[in-house]
Structures are given as structure tokens and as C-alpha cells.
Design a protein around this ligand. Sequence first.
Ligand code: GLU
Length: 494
Amino acid sequence: MSNSPVRVRFAPSPTGYLHVGGARTALYNYLFAKHHGGEFILRIEDTDQARSTEESMQMQINDLAWLGLKWQEGPDSISLIDVGPHGPYRQSLRLSIYKEHAEKLLADGLAYHCFMTDDEIEVQRKESLRLGKPPQVNSPYRDWPLAKALEHKEKGHKASVRFKVRTKKDHVLPDLVRGEVTFPSDMVGDFVMLRSSGMPVYNFCCAIDDALMKISHVFRAEEHLSNTLRQMMLYEAFHYELPKFGHLSIILGSDRQKLSKRHGATSCFEYAQNGYLPEALNNFVALLGWSSPEAQEILSMEEMINQFSYERLNSSPAVFDEQKLSWVNATHLRALPAEELWRRVEPFLTEAGLVMPKDPAWRERALNTLKTSMTNLKDAVELFRPLNEAPVPVKEDAREVLSWPTTKIVIEAWKTGVEKFNSEYMEESDFLKLQDSIKEGLGVKGKHLFQPVRVAVIGTPQGTELKMLVPLLNKKLLIARAEHVLQHMEKGPT
Ligand code: GLU
């Protein structure tokens, strides 16, 4: 590694949500920067005006902030105002920089105005394909003197600006992930730098920005490998120092096809909505193409930062395994301190309209009881629903239980037993004792005992075991619920 400071960037195009693949790219760059005490920069590549939106930029920024991948330079996550000495960090605000660079290459004879129309280009493309040649443009304007081209432009003729590919030589990229990659000399023809609208294209902006922002290393998706050749040519033309590149493995779905919407949730936002933890998503995506030297599967951010090195990045495809993600999530979730877990669970409960006791000791007990059944935060909704402080409705599936002749006396005996109880909450053993005493007193046992009690407590014979739930329901609530069921029975089946 050269001695220049480590500066890496994540450069999303704001054309949709942050995809898990994008999150992985951002994470690896972040981990690399942190591991080396370097800087992590966020640059927004929004020169594709037709597809880029402000909304999508904001969403991606929110997702990165949610993942906790803090950047030192780039648009501030809240105000969107640029922070850092190399701004602006949105390409749409750097157009004059690209224009100047294009003018320099035009003046040096390393680029030219090309007046070919789309139709002319298409005819050439078809002809090359017919002859079995790579479909490269062969522009008749390549050797026009600049003055002549400018004059022609003055007259209203539209021109794009193309890079003049001169040397037909193989380019070799020492890729940090793939080893040496050789690009054959004829892989690209004269490529567009500025469209006829004056808008610069991705490869042009990217190379200039990486150079001006003093980016030392670029870890990015495999699909950009073919762009790298064009970028290398631009670096050479500007005499800029080439950063080191590492092209990451592709991510496949369980069917070994490229991961896409067909495979289910693929955006970070969806995972957040579905109750996944950012630390779990980071941990999981880190392992899609990287492995810990200690073969650790559950890692905190700090551990990943300490252990990260590009030598352990794998170039072969990674398979996105939903079940593993669930396991990683459950493991992180269950390890959270109660107070923190509650802070994360609460918005899901509130959203579902559930009201829970405020007492922190109760919350801790409830979480300790129920978190072993939780894979994600959203699971809390159905697990906590029976603990809602409002009366629970008697569910349709209780109908049969309510029709048994002994049900009413069981529920009455249950209610009396609870009323006689001295403290606010029963322990599991108190509950089991009370159930036993009902069995002895009434001679009712098995499902004819257990199911009416379940209906009296949670309105349904299904669900979490009562010995777990009852100690979390206070006496007043238990009595109110039993009364509610008895009243329901009196009214008769509806
Ligand atoms: N803007 C590109 C993308 O979103 C990233 C290019 C790069 O990392 O060089 O795919």
C-alpha cells in the first residue's frame, strides 16, 4: 500500500432505494477506512437526470445513516449541506469541473467533438455486428481540428465529446480482489465523455472525482469492472494517480440467479420496516464475500473494523441466505440489553396500537420471557398482543371451548382464584398451583381445564403458553378479562 492516506468513497446513483448490494459496498469501504484510520466519503452520482431523484437521494442517505455508516465528507445526513474540503459532493453540482476537464482533453487533442447522429451510430453498430467485430464507433470527426469542430458547432450542429482511444495496448489492472485483470486492447472504442446535451457520463465524472477527491482505494460492484478500463484511460490522459481498485463478488439469490426483487426484500428500507437490526444487516452483508480470519459468524461493528482486510474478500459469487440472516438477526436481537431492545421494539408495538405497562422491570421481564421467540422486532407485535392493557376480544376459535358444559365453572373458579391472590402479579408456580386447585376442586382436567383458562386469559385457545403469559398480566387485567369472557358467554353464542 502506498503511503497516501486511506480515503474511500461510496458513490450511489440516487435512482431507488439502497439495495443490500449497495449496503455491502458501502460497508466494506467504511470498514476499510476505519481499519486504517482513514476517511469515508459519500458522493452522489446524479448525472443521469432522467433516473435520479431528490427523494431517492434522501432515502439512500437515511438508509446509510440507519446502518450507522457515518461519512466524514459528503452531504450532511439531515441538512444535506456539503461537509468537507473536496465538495460539492453531488455530481450535478460539479458540472463546471467536468466541462473544464473536457476542454483540457479537447485542447490536448485527446478528445474530439463527434457530430454523428444516433441513426448513424446505429448503422455502424449493426454493420460491426454483422462482420463479427466489437460494436465500436468509428467517427469521421475524430481527426477534425478543434477550430473546425467549434465552427461547425457554432452553426448549431449538435456534438458529443468523445475520448480518443489512441494506444492499442492491453491494460492490466492489479485488482485487490481478483488479482491481475487484463483488458484486451480492442475492448473499448472512442467513448462518450459529454453527451450532446452537455451532460457528462458516469465514467468521466467518476474518474475525475475520484482523482480530485484524492480517493486511494475503490471497492465497488463487479459490474463496474468493464468501466474501469475507460477510467484508467482517463487517468492516464490527465496524468492523475490511479487509485487501487477492488471489484466485489456478485450476490446471488438462493436459486443462484442474480439477487433481485424476485427473491423478496432487497432494500435496506424493507429490512428496517420488517424489524431487522442495522447491526445484524451489517454483520450479515459483511459475510457475503468476506470472512473473518477467526471464522466468527456473529460480529459487532467494532470486531468487523478490527478484522477487516481486503485480502479476505472473496471473488466468487456470494449466496444470499435468508435463513442465515434471520439467525444473525435473532442472535443480535437477543443479546441486546433490555432497555435498548425495548427502545427498538416499542415503535412496532405502538404502530400496532398496543399499550404496555410503563414499568421498566415489567418490560425487562416481558422481554426476557418473549425474546427467545423473536427473530425480528416485528415479531414482538403478535407476541406482545396478549399483554395489551386493553381487554382482549373473544376470538372465533374459542367457540367450541365455550360450548363445553364445564367451561363456565372453570372460568368462574379461575376468576375467584385470581381475586383471592394477594400480589399484583403471579409467578409461574402460583399459576400452576391455581390450575391444580381448580382441577381438584371441580374434577375437570386436560383440555377441559386448560383451554377454558386460556380463553379466560387471552380470548383464544391458541398461542403462547399461559405459564409464560400469566406472570406478565396483572391481577386487575386478569379479572377483567375473565369477566369479559363470562359476560360474552351469558349473551350466548353470537
Ligand atoms: N454510481 C455507481 C453506482 O451506483 C457507483 C460507481 C462506482 O462506485 O464507481 O453503481
